[in-house]
Design a protein around this ligand. Sequence first.
Ligand SMILES: C[S@@+](CC[C@H](N)C(=O)[O-])C[C@H]1O[C@@H](n2cnc3c(N)ncnc32)[C@H](O)[C@@H]1O
Length: 317
Amino acid sequence: MASTGSTRFADDVRAGLTRAGQKSLPSKYFYDDVGSALFEVISLLPEYGLTRADQRILWRHATAIVGRISSPLLVAELGSGSGRKTRAILEAVAAREATTYFPIEISPSALARCERELSHLASVRIVGLEREYLDGLREVAAQRGGDSRLLVLFLGSSIGNFERRAAEHLLREVRTTLQPGDALLLGTDLVKPVAQLMAAYDDPLGVTAAFNLNLLARINRELDGEFELHRFEHVARYHPDPCRIEMHLRSCTRQVVRIAKADVVITLEEGETIWTESSHKYQPNDAILMGRRTGFRCAGQWLDEEWPFAESLLIAE
Ligand SMILES: C[S@@+](CC[C@H](N)C(=O)[O-])C[C@H]1O[C@@H](n2cnc3c(N)ncnc32)[C@H](O)[C@@H]1O
């Protein structure tokens, strides 16, 4: 029998918190209503230049990006969030032809916001899919017309939340759902000075800390967890090779926590952490090479100079 969303959440929480060694929780569970709203605030923080860099690239180059893919064109987006940045791409497509946009999102509130933000675009029909990345993309592939091309957007360096090998596995799965000539626009945040990276994931206002801690609050709300949030602190750690920032939640004391709906009781030692997210950082060439290894050729790459970030247009071969 297929598991429901909350059963899957409970299973993933139990598995991550009871495994031997480093405890962990999947970062996709950050994005309930509170988490999605906090992410929007993070994207406005002066220390977090990533979203603005991506937005600058898309504003400046959307027409050139879209111009390299043939018509008629459909657009799907993996993890659209609020869809704010997507407007530039959709306007560039709509200037050429009417299109359909499929935002694929696990967060119902992010999806609703995205549909609202983009609903007034002329010549763009929106079909939102509340799904995991690949489930949604397979559904789009099943619905598409015979002669259309598909442009898949994976913006904001969400690929960086996957370990290197898992990232390539995901790209290979994306490629499997595509046809030759379809395209993937892949955002990758680039390696930059450690102090700049650390500030982006540990801002002085404490918004990123709240975003991280909300994962425990969500477990309390949805799974009857008994985490006492003041007994945890947000930690950002730099890891040099491969270059990534890790987010953890550190237990300030030895504590025993019950999560009723996950049917589990866990013990955390003082100083022990729960690993909640990785954000891998890349060299510009990494996106091109990852694409090549997973069945794509690069048809163009656009960089932001202010906050090193790359958008790479990968064409399915
Ligand atoms: C870091 S945010 C990025 C949002 C937007 N793409 C941007 O660049 O600003 C990641 C988004 O992907 C969604 N997401 C995370 N994991 C997902 C998954 N496995 N399937 C579908 N959506 C997912 C989250 O709900 C969130 O809105």
